[in-house]
Design a protein. Structure first.
Lengths: 273, 66
């Protein structure tokens, strides 16, 4: 990979970053940077938006146009930025709580509008920064600070949620496949409408220590042993798929993009210049 | 003539998580006395860059030469 080009995108004075040793968010940041560099994007024409959480510390480390916003509302800010300047490339980095719990409404409506933003959802199954509370994506039976006897709430499937809400590109990968992550983020950036790339990350500090995945390497091996490519998953029974992580591109379709529709509306009813 | 690769670990950024030790197919890395990763057997490197891609701290650089 073009390392010097990637290093140009970093605010090196803040390194080493604050994430725990072996945290998946670092792997995802690297994948996002490689995808942006390979897509030929310029730093001054790229916006990285984020909300609150461990994952949302990422814009602090990336030397492009960045915005660190309120909890869950990063997509609202990103929508405003995209509408004001549709030429910009916008990558919205979100954690699972940021995306599906606090910002759930913003998420489904951004999917519905199909606005040209790439949402990278880093799903580590827990609220890592605030002390390991159960999040909407904590798997059934997994232990968390607020679910010491195992979670009883059925979890969200972020990809199915995005698919149902109308996103035009939906893909999922795990941090054990950094090159696949990079490829999907690149495809998401190239897609004209709203793209959701869910990356299954790990939080060994808060989630792993309660669920027998105490080290980064344990998590990596878990993802390697439990992820199933989409083509293989289609021939498997639902019983076999229980507890497995299906990776692949779930949605890839064309639909009118929001900023283009908005611009044509302005041209139609604005009375011309 | 096998290709030669140089592996550099930025020890200021490395936090010693051990992911590079786990993914390297040739077991190039080892921990040093400060529990940071160090490329002890660099001559075995085949340049697959899995360590570069997996490093969460962006500390590893693999450069190849023919």
């Amino acid at each position: 990979m073009p390392r010097p080009e990637v290093l140009d995108w970093l605010r090196k004075r803040f390194f080493p970053h604050m994430w725990c040793p072996g945290c998946g968010h670092g792997i995802i940041m690297h994948a996002i940077l490689r995808a942006l560099v390979d897509s030929g994007k310029k730093r001054e024409e790229t916006v990285i938006a984020s909300g609150i959480g461990c994952s949302s510390r990422m814009p602090g480390y990336i030397d492009s146009c960045t915005i660190h916003t309120t909890h869950g509302r990063s997509l609202a800010f990103a929508t405003g930025i995209k509408l004001a300047n549709p030429e910009l490339t916008i990558v919205d980095v979100m954690g699972d709580g940021d995306c599906t719990a606090i910002g759930g409404n913003h998420f489904i409506h951004a999917c519905r509008r199909n606005i040209g933003i790439t949402a990278v959802v880093m799903n580590n199954n827990i609220y890592g920064m605030t002390g390991g509370q159960a999040s909407p994506t904590t798997p059934l039976g997994a232990r968390a600070t607020t679910a010491p006897y195992g979670a009883i709430d059925p979890p969200f499937d972020v990809c199915k949620l995005a698919q149902g809400a109308g996103a035009t590109y939906v893909a999922r990968a795990t941090i054990a496949q950094p090159v696949l992550c990079e490829q999907y983020i690149k495809n998401g950036i190239a897609n004209k409408g709203f793209s959701v790339v869910e990356i299954i990350s790990s939080c060994h500090t808060q989630f792993g220590r309660k669920n027998n995945r105490r080290t980064p390497v344990d998590n990596l091996n878990y993802f390697k042993n439990n992820s199933v490519p989409l083509a293989k998953a289609q021939s498997m029974s639902p019983v076999d798929l229980e507890g497995k992580i299906v990776t692949g591109e779930f949605v890839k379709r064309e639909a009118p993009e929001y900023t283009e529709l908005y611009r044509s509306l302005v041209e139609r009813v604005g009375g011309g210049k | 003539m096998p290709k030669k690769f140089t592996v550099e670990v930025n020890s200021q950024w490395c936090k010693g998580c051990g992911l590079c030790l786990a993914v390297c197919p040739k077991k190039v890395f080892d921990f040093d006395e400060n529990l940071k990763s160090t490329p002890k057997r660099m001559e075995d490197c085949i340049g697959c860059k899995q360590c570069d891609n997996i490093c969460p701290d962006l500390a590893i650089t693999v450069e190849g030469s023919a």
